[in-house]
Design a protein around this ligand. Structure first.
Ligand code: GLN
Length: 480
């Protein structure tokens, strides 16, 4: 296959190159297909839609050359996490229980990308049912971090992060229930945005914990992330939790010279679990922001040690309910043991179909919802969620943003945390807050650790304040 030299900078620049006739969608599609082949060992892709990608690229070239108006995402190469439905393509949540299951419809987010001429290049590896922080809980095996292949890419959207990191697609979609877009973005040195709960439709997103789940975006520059958000957001008759709030033209509102009011939690930056170098780097950044004229102040926050337990009680409860539909009858894998009665059939299908972490969470969720323990766990966790929401609301009365690390440590060594699920859960300390509160949050790749791995800065804003969040991110990344 012929190949061109192509360095992707932004969708805008790519479109300028297309319009000037320097490249075609077909050449670009070939470039990305080659790149996927070259980086196959990273195991980011589950499936690559080679023939149809080439076909679509050809017809987009014809459309553009015939002078027809082109979409906002004309020829943009996008990868999808394996929890997002794309009609007539397999989707499995990286689980044996759904292996070879074919989507019978597309997620609303995907429909909207396609309506703007995007090209979906393939589906991406992830932790099974989006449960995990390393992408090691996958029926398709682990994904490698392209910057250091002995390290994990983060999770659960590890494949989506690596696909962008390694230049195998321009942007990708993940899902973020407790940090699964921001944390892998942090580990891989790219941008990861989790929008406000209800900004993007969840229709066609395989559910993990429905009151937390949100589709998120990985990219290499803010204008691209803003453009995808703009295309996918907004009301949808198939998801009643999507907001009817008007969708701003995010990609056109990125410039600002405003001086912001920013809060940080001292407790978060002095937490014993935080790598001291990450803590001091963020403190230095805070000083820098002050010198640039922003107001930045510490705010007291006494819930830090409660957010991870609350998150794991509530999400496992929701997961135990959501995943009950995978019973061996309606979808995917079914036990072929002969002559067994129904309950035994469910048991065998689910035992063989689900992986270890998913089973652990289903059992934990069933336990916290059981009659004798409901008040001790589920009700209490809901109270923590309410307290957190109240505190966050107060903070946003006085501040535009909250600054936090994304992760307490840089990318783990592969295998390092697999025998200690609690240690793995605790590393979600800085990301689950935004999902408990339903607010938008972003991880932007600003720093490099002395261990040579990248890490990000996390910013959270008030509900539906993605405009400001994207503006300050752009300011911090490129200086305007
Ligand atoms: N690490 C978190 C978990 O394992 C995040 C998952 C997610 O956001 N999907 O639950």
């Amino acid at each position: 296959m012929s190949s061109i030299l192509f360095e992707f900078a932004s969708i805008e620049q790519y479109h300028a190159q297309l319009q000037e006739g320097n490249v075609t969608c077909l050449q670009i599609a070939e470039h990305y297909l080659n790149r996927i082949e070259e980086t196959k060992h990273l195991n980011a892709f589950i499936e690559v839609y080679r023939d149809e990608v080439l076909q679509q690229a050809k017809s987009l070239d014809e459309k553009r050359k015939s002078g027809k108006p082109i979409g906002k995402l004309h020829g943009v190469i996008i990868g999808l996490k394996d929890v997002i439905c794309y009609k007539d393509h397999t989707v499995s949540a990286a689980s044996k229980i759904l292996k070879n299951f074919t989507s019978i419809y597309s997620a609303t987010a995907v429909e909207r990308l396609l309506a703007e001429d995007a090209i979906i290049i393939g589906n991406l590896n992830c932790d099974e049912f989006a449960m995990g922080s390393t992408n090691e809980n996958s029926a398709y095996g682990k994904v490698l971090n392209a910057l250091d292949e002995t390290k994990v890419p983060g999770g659960s959207s590890g494949g989506s992060a690596v696909a962008v990191q390694a230049g195998c697609c321009m942007v990708s979609l993940g899902s973020d229930t407790g940090g699964s877009v921001r944390q892998p973005a942090d580990f891989c040195g790219i941008i990861g945005l989790k929008p406000t709960y209800g900004r993007i439709s969840r229709y066609g997103l395989i559910a993990y914990a429905s009151s937390f789940d949100q589709i998120g975006i990985f990219g290499k520059c803010i204008p691209d992330v803003a453009l995808l958000l703009e295309v996918m957001s907004g009301a949808d008759e198939f998801d009643s939790t999507v907001s009817h709030q008007e969708v701003p033209a995010y990609s056109k509102q990125l410039q600002s010279d405003k001086k912001y009011r920013i809060a940080y939690f001292e407790e978060a930056l002095t937490h014993p679990g935080l790598d001291p170098e990450i803590g001091s780097t963020i403190k230095n950044k805070i000083e820098e922001l002050k010198q640039d004229g922003h107001t930045i102040e510490p705010v007291s926050f006494n819930l830090l040690n409660y957010v991870v337990p609350a998150y794991y009680v509530l999400t496992t409860a929701e997961a135990s309910s959501n995943l009950s539909r995978f019973d061996g009858i309606k979808y995917g894998y079914r036990s072929d043991a002969p002559g067994i009665e129904l309950t035994e059939f469910y048991k065998q299908s689910r035992s063989a179909g689900f992986g270890k972490e998913v089973k652990r969470r289903i059992m934990l969720g069933t336990f916290v919802l059981s009659a004798g323990y409901y008040d001790a766990y589920f009700t209490r966790a809901q109270k923590v969620r309410k307290l957190l929401n109240d505190q966050i609301e107060l903070v946003f009365k006085d501040f535009d943003f909250i600054i936090l690390p994304t992760s307490p440590v840089t990318a783990f060594k592969a295998g390092e945390k697999m025998d200690d699920p609690i240690a793995m859960y605790l590393a979600d300390i800085y990301t689950v807050m935004a999902n408990l509160a339903g607010i938008p949050a972003i991880s932007i790749p600003l720093f490099k650790h002395s261990n040579n791995m990248p890490f990000g800065l996390q910013l959270m804003a008030n509900r539906f304040n993605e405009v400001s969040l994207l503006r300050i991110s752009n300011l911090l990344l490129v200086g305007n």
